[in-house]
Write a protein that binds this ligand. Structure first.
Ligand code: HEM
Length: 561
């Protein structure tokens, strides 16, 4: 009995210092149980993606392991609708399924300005004071402000920049930019000094980045940007490799490289602005010289408009242009590369493309889009390239209204993401011909409908048109893919560069196929592709891929240059 009391006393003394800790642990446990319960409380709240770590929640998976996190999401009750993903800083909602994705794209109460504010600040180095102009603009980018917003007309920076981009890239700027791109592409190809002897290169990605990167930047922003900054293209693609660290907000003292590159590029853009201003302000400069110093009159207007916008200055306008420059190059270049690699690594496809190009272009003097758009295999390669490779989180925010997604309600101020990979790999929608062409592989014929083959076409459920008599040839089709093929987003905020991107991809691959031979010198044909920037861009070859190139020895009579 004595011994028992001694033991009790001893135990009591031993653990007494732990009391406060144990009490805290119990309280924390009770709070956690209550929180988890409240996460799933009402039936019209979106389900929460389960997580184990109560502090980080889903942050690590979402931000650092995108491909596996989204694969898990896809398997999570094979959902269609909205899921809540809890992050350290905020909750976000991922909306999936063609019906709901289409509804989000068409919802006039949603905006993208908040997402751009984050991107401008964290990725493109805009000072928080200037980024506040974007954060505060809750009026959306349509002519009519979102109902419930009371932003002064001068504060509508989202609307002004959107209108300018539409003019520059989709309306009056499209034709001249396309012509400038074509001219620059041929100039840079000439500079490669290619002839009928094979020339060997170490890295096909670098070759495309230099060739197309320069051609696109010159076409859009004029020659001064590159002239004032010798290594601009190299820096831009180097930055692109590390941009995810900025988006993840990894502090500079842990990883200084992205911050260093960001600063360098902003300085380069400011140098271009100064050089362009010098030309514009010069009394002897003609109007066309002034325009070409900026790339075009619309780019020049853009600069003036941004400089006169609330809270903006030379630094912040350089960051805004950095965003546009990055968007204009870093998706379309690797996409063109993906399309070219899949064309050149399959002899049958290359033969079909060349034959079709020769047939279509027999009366053409240049790469006319009307001709290229009539070539089903080229269009199918283009569409499959974007289905296969584009892995972007398309953002929306709901500044003034709740958003209904099926029977769930996303509360006002929610941040919503639509993920292109989820849409492009939905096996309820896409045709895989009973698994023979899985969605993680590139199938060049996926978008072709053959009248004699009822199992052809991109979509499982699309009603196949009854073939016309004597109709034997394949047709390109994207029927039934609304909300499922979304590489450029859709609706009012859809990528304003989409028409230019299509022209760049079709014209570049057609030019190479007509006038050059390319051999990919990798063990795997085609090489493997990887997702280094899941959520932020497109797939790239997983490894450095050597190749060789030469002018075609018997140039076709229709070879373009
Ligand atoms: C394969 C190439 C490309 C892909 C996959 C792509 C994809 C996208 C996507 C998904 C968005 C968001 C759309 C939305 O919110 O609904 C976007 C926005 C944007 N893209 Fe592209 N893009 C490409 C090429 C280009 C090019 C060539 C340019 C410029 C010349 C460009 C300029 C932009 C700009 C400026 C925005 C933001 C638009 C805004 O402020 O509202 N993109 N792009």
């Amino acid at each position: 009995m004595e011994l028992h009391h001694t033991l009790l006393r001893l135990n009591h003394q031993d653990i007494s210092p732990l009391y406060p800790f144990l009490t805290l642990l119990c309280l924390w446990f009770l709070f956690f149980c209550w929180k988890s319960k409240s996460d799933q409380s009402y039936s019209n709240e979106a389900k929460t993606v389960p997580y184990r770590n109560p502090f980080f929640k889903s942050t690590i998976g979402f931000a650092f392991y995108g491909p596996s996190f989204f694969l898990r999401l896809k398997l999570f009750q094979r959902y269609s609708g909205a899921l809540r993903v809890r992050l350290v800083t905020e909750d976000i909602y991922i909306v999936h399924g063609p019906k709901y994705v289409t509804e989000i794209f068409q919802n006039p109460n949603l905006s993208v300005t908040k997402a751009y504010a984050y991107a401008l600040q964290y990725c493109f180095g805009m000072h928080p004071k200037a980024a506040a102009a974007y954060h505060n603009d809750t009026s959306g980018s349509r002519t009519k402000p979102i109902m419930g917003s009371y932003v002064k007309p001068t504060g509508r920076i989202g609307y002004s920049t959107h209108e300018n981009l539409v003019d520059c890239l989709l309306k009056s700027g499209l034709e001249p930019t396309t012509t400038q791109f074509e001219t620059a592409l041929f100039q840079y190809l000439q500079l490669c000094n290619l002839n009928e002897e094979w020339v060997y290169y170490d890295d096909i990605a670098k070759f495309f980045e230099n060739l197309l990167g320069q051609a696109i930047l010159k076409a859009l922003f004029g020659p001064l940007l590159l002239e004032a900054n010798e290594h601009f293209v190299e820096d831009l693609f180097e930055y692109d490799k590390v941009v995810m660290n900025l988006a993840r907000r990894v502090p500079w003292f842990i990883n200084p490289k992205p911050y260093r590159l960001r600063k360098k590029i902003v300085e380069s853009i400011k140098r271009w602005h100064s050089a362009a201003k010098l030309v514009s302000d010069s009394v002897t400069a003609s109007a066309s010289d002034a325009d070409s110093a900026w790339g075009s009159s619309i780019m020049k207007d853009r600069h003036e408009m941004l400089m006169n916008s609330e809270g903006q200055d030379e630094d912040s306008v350089a960051s805004t242009d950095f965003g546009l420059i990055w968007a204009s190059v870093t998706n379309v270049v690797p996409s063109t590369l993906t399309m070219a690699v899949h064309t050149f690594s399959d002899p049958q496809i290359l033969l079909e493309v060349r034959k079709a190009l020769e047939e279509q272009s027999c009366h053409a003097t240049s790469l006319n889009m009307d001709y290229l758009e009539k070539i089903p295999i080229l269009l199918s390669l283009y569409a499959e390239t974007l289905r296969f490779g584009v892995q972007i989180h398309i953002p929306r925010d709901a500044p003034h209204h709740d958003v209904q997604v099926g029977n769930t309600t996303l509360p006002q101020t929610s941040i919503i993401f639509l993920n292109t990979w989820l849409a492009h790999s939905d096996d309820n929608i896409w045709n895989t011909q009973n698994g023979r062409h899985p969605l993680n592989t590139f199938w060049p014929y996926r978008f072709l409908v053959y009248p004699s083959d009822s199992s052809s076409g991109p979509c499982k459920t699309a009603s196949k048109e009854t073939p016309q008599m004597n109709e034997t040839e394949a047709k390109f089709s994207a029927e039934g893919l609304q909300g499922s093929w979304i590489p450029y987003g859709s609706g009012h905020h859809a990528c304003p560069g989409r028409l230019l991107a299509k022209r760049i991809m079709l014209k570049s691959v057609a030019t190479l196929a007509m006038s050059y031979d390319i051999e990919i010198l990798s063990y795997e044909q085609p090489p493997k592709f990887d997702s280094p920037r899941f959520g932020f861009g497109v797939m790239k070859p997983a490894k450095v891929t050597p190749f060789r190139i030469r002018k075609r020895s018997v140039p076709s009579t229709n070879s373009f240059r």
